[in-house]
Each structure stands twice: as C-alpha cells, then as structure tokens.
Design a protein around this ligand. Structure first.
Ligand code: SF4
Length: 525
C-alpha cells in the first residue's frame, strides 16, 4: 500500500483541490516546520479543570459559511483557548486556516474572505493530548481517493496507542501527536480500501475507544458523530434560509453546545445521540446508530462548569441546573452569614441558588477582569506574586466587616482558592465560608478534561478539614454526589461522574491508568 499521510498540519493557511492531489503526490502547501518551534505555550497553570475543545460545522448550500463558522467558534471559545481553525469545502477544493490563539486572534476579515464554500468544519482547542503547538491545531485534513476530509474532535481516546500502531502498520505516516489525527487517518484508511464515506466513518469509529464528539467534513457533506457513551456533547441545529422560497436542502449546523447555534440564529433541533452518526448532505439528514451498546454517560462536569450557562444539555437549561445545585448546597450546608458571593463567572448561578434558599442576600464581592483572556505577554514575577488580582478584584466596600459565604464550582489544586480567601480577608471580610457546588475531585479524567494527575488533586490526598485549613476558610462544604445528580432531574446512571468516584464508565488501559492514577498503584498492580 502507498505511504498515505495526513496533510502537513503546520500549514497555517492552505487551499487545496482534489485535482492537485492527483497530479502531485506531495501537495505543495505553504508549510514551514519552523512555525511549530516557537509556538509552544506554557501550561495554563489554571486551578480549574480545562475543557478540551469545541467543535462546529455547517452544511448550507449556496451560503458562504466562513463567517457563520467564525461566530460559532467565538461562542465556543470557553471550550478551548489555545488554538482555532476552520476548514471550508468549495466543491473539491478545501481551504484551511488555523493557528495558535483565540478565535479573534486567529481570524480576520481577509482570512475569512479566503475561506470559500458552503460546508465548514471548525475547532477551538485546549490540548489534552499532544503538546500545545500549531501542528496540533485542528481541523485535521487528510487526503483520500474521494477527496479530502476535515475532522474536528472533542474528547480523548483511551486506545490512541493501539490505533496509531495499527495505522503505522498500515503504512500511514502520522504528522502530529494528537489522537484526533488517528481518527481522521482511520477514516481515510477505510476510504482507501474502497468503502464510501459513511461506511468508512462507521468502521473507523468502531475501532475507537474513549470519548469523541466529531464533526467531519467532506466534499459531499458533514457528519456529526458521538461515542457510544456520549461523554462530550454535540447538538444539531437548523439554520433559517435567507430566502424563504429556497426549496433546496435544509441548512444544518453541528455544535458542541447550543450557544453556538444561538449566536448565528440557528434553531436547536436535537442532540446527536450516544453512538449515533448523522450524515448531512444534499439528500438531507440521515441517522445511523453504529454502536450496538450505546449508554448515556454525559460528563457531569459539562453540567456543573464546562458548558456555558446559556447552553442547554438534552434540551434542559444549564443555568437552571446550576441554580438548583445552589439550592441543594444551601439545604445541605446552612451557615450564618451576612452575604453570599460567587467566584465569577462559573460560581454565579449556584451562589444565586444558595441565596434563594438561605435567604442571605447575594451580592457581587469579586469583580472579574473579563479582558484578561489569554495574553501572550507574561506577567513579571512581582505581578505573579500579586496572584489572582490580575483576574479577580475584591470589592472592599461590600466585604468589609461582613461574614461571607463564597460559592465556587470546584476546587482542583486549591491554589487559587487560597488566594481568593486571602484577598477577601484583606478586603475586610470577618468570616469566610466556602461552599463548592460539586463533590471533591479525587480522580483524574481520561476523557478529554485536563484535571491533572491524581497526586495533584488536593481532595485525593487531603480531608475536607485539611483542605479548609490549607485554603484558610472558617468552614468548607462540598455538595454531595447524590445532590449533584438529583439536581439533574435525571437518572444518575445517565452521567459520568468518575472524577468524583473513580468509577470509569469506559475501561482505561493499564499504562494510561498509571500515567495519572498516581495514588492507586497498588490497586492497579
Ligand atoms: S471523569 Fe469527570 S471530567 Fe471526565 S468525563 Fe467523567 S465526569 Fe467528566
């Protein structure tokens, strides 16, 4: 078999046609490997679990979709701030632009103007596999005999090594260190063996284990695919047509979250179901269930923290869910205090819920600098020592002399919590009671969320009393596991909550376990 390869992925901006592929084994792309060398970024060092990615796609014949895709990714920016990319299909020609940075930094009018076509795939990334460099940005492009495919992936495979070994044995040369490239090449491999797009995608997905919500673009249409557990979300929307007389095919949108639909005026149709593939072409939307054992296990952290509060999960409002977990928290852990404040923005709905049940007024006590974003200018050491003041500034006139309940959604390492508590006391708070709207995070995630290895998780090694002492609060309470799940108004069986329990719904291979489950060596051995 020929030495197939995915397209050089460091190319920041390319346009490429099937005809060119056929005349040239080595595509002449604007590829400069040195671009990869200086793009490495520091780990964010965030004290929060980091979301893996946002995926997006549009099928809208007759419409130039690059700007719509840009705004979709803009709405999904919270899911990944390291890199962004868009691929568009203009007949057989694919246009791709991707780079490190926020969506607003990666694209401008000129670049979007060059991304021609009415089929798109977009991606915004935080690295959970592979390092943070432009070569690992997505979408991934791969050449096949049927044309190119562009793939955007949210989640993590747990059998990446096996998949890559198989592809290398099948003479594929892989260009990157990301699992997503393995999925794209696995699909392409099936195409090269003679199957059509649909059969190829299904065969490839059946080789993949782990978490994957995918948007796959081809010259014929787009696919939305979810793994059999539906760990990461993916929704379908309908884009209204500008011309109501247009009798052509329905215009569809795929998005990690409904906020990506709202921003472009698309209407939520439904979720892509666990183990489902939707194939959207000129013939409409066709649904295929490719897994024999689909089982709902949506990541509960999507509900608590990752997804935007204005998004819906399975048609239910996340803002309402987060307010409800505040109700549970207030009932489970009452405390006398003067005010309830939130760690903005993610703690706000639960803090409001806490206030509603406790009757203690909710006020703003910390102001967030919403423009810090991700800056390429590193702060000085002196500025680092100032800690959280870069992002959060306490309101002295609100806090002075007050007994404060502060609500946050999670504590991972505890470093930020300690700084926040100190800032509240420095601003005059007489008591600080911290309430967390999720249970203690004791286990790492293997399905696309960066929660660090187990030995870095403060709740894996310390009791609640020890954590309270370390972060310097007068009292600390975490929401119960049952409360977190009861507030969903669904069966607890429908969610993955492994980072609170260690009960992983998808088996983790031993070498991968050892890489993160540092405190459970004996259990693994
Ligand atoms: S382990 Fe935790 S973060 Fe990972 S998918 Fe499960 S609930 Fe979500």
């Amino acid at each position: 078999m020929a030495d197939f390869s995915s397209l050089p992925l460091g190319a920041l901006s390319i346009s490429h046609s099937l005809e060119e592929d056929e005349s040239s084994a080595s595509a002449e792309l604007d590829y400069d490997p040195s671009l990869n060398e200086h793009s490495d970024l520091e780990h964010s060092g965030s004290d929060k679990p980091e979301e893996a990615c946002g995926v997006f796609g549009i099928f809208a014949p007759g419409v130039e979709v690059s700007k719509l895709t840009y705004f979709g990714l803009f709405a999904l920016q919270h899911r990944g701030q390291e890199s962004a990319g868009i691929a568009t299909f203009d007949g057989d020609t694919v246009h791709l632009h991707k780079d490190m940075g926020l969506v607003t930094q990666v694209f401008d009018e000129d670049i979007l103007g060059g991304l021609l076509g009415s089929i798109s795939v977009g991606h915004t990334r935080y690295s959970t596999t592979g390092s943070s460099r432009v070569a690992n940005a997505q979408p991934v492009l791969v050449k096949t005999r049927l044309g190119q495919l562009a793939l955007a992936h949210n989640g993590n495979l747990v059998n990446t090594v096996e998949l890559r070994d198989q592809l290398i044995a099948d003479q594929w040369s892989l260009e990157t260190t990301i699992d997503s490239e393995g999925i794209a090449c696995a699909i392409a491999h099936q195409v090269q063996s003679g199957k059509d797009w649909l059969e190829s995608a299904i065969s490839a997905c059946q080789q993949c284990e782990g978490a994957f919500s995918l948007v796959v673009g081809t010259p014929q249409g787009i696919m939305g695919i979810r793994d059999p557990h539906g760990i990461r979300p993916l929704v379908i929307g309908i884009l209204p047509k500008e011309n109501a007389e247009d009798e052509g095919p329905v215009h569809y949108v795929l998005s990690s979250e409904t906020c990506g639909l709202d921003i472009i005026g698309a209407e939520y149709l439904r979720d892509v179901e666990p183990g489902e593939l939707v194939w959207i072409t000129q013939d409409g939307l066709a649904s295929f269930y490719w897994s024999t054992q689909p089982e709902r296990k949506l990541c509960i952290f999507e509900m608590i923290y990752f997804a935007r509060p204005d998004s819906q999960m399975r048609g239910a409002s996340l803002y309402s869910y987060r307010t409800r977990i505040g109700h549970y928290l207030a009932r489970e852990s009452p405390v006398e205090a003067d005010i309830v404040i939130a760690v903005p923005d993610s703690g706000i709905p639960a803090a409001i819920g806490f206030s509603q049940v406790s009757g203690i007024p909710y006020v703003e006590g910390l102001i967030k600098n919403r423009y810090v974003g991700r800056t390429f200018i590193q702060p000085t050491q002196k500025m680092r020592e100032m800690g959280i003041r870069m992002k959060l500034n306490p309101l002295r006139d609100v806090l002075e002399g007050k007994r404060v309940i502060i609500v946050d959604d999670s504590i991972v390492r505890g470093t930020t919590s300690r700084k926040i508590v100190k800032a509240l006391r420095d601003a005059g708070a007489t008591e600080v009671h911290m309430r967390i709207s999720s249970p203690p995070v004791t286990h790492p995630c293997f399905y696309g969320i960066d929660t660090d290895s187990q030995d870095h998780l403060i709740a894996a090694t310390k009791s609640v009393a020890q954590i309270a002492e370390q972060i310097g609060v007068d009292s600390l309470y975490y929401l119960s596991w049952q409360g977190m799940l009861d507030a969903t108004h669904e069966s607890s069986e429908n969610f993955c909550s492994a980072c609170f329990t260690g009960k992983y719904p998808i088996a983790i291979p031993e070498p991968l376990k050892r890489s993160k489950l540092m405190l459970e060596e004996s259990a693994i051995a």
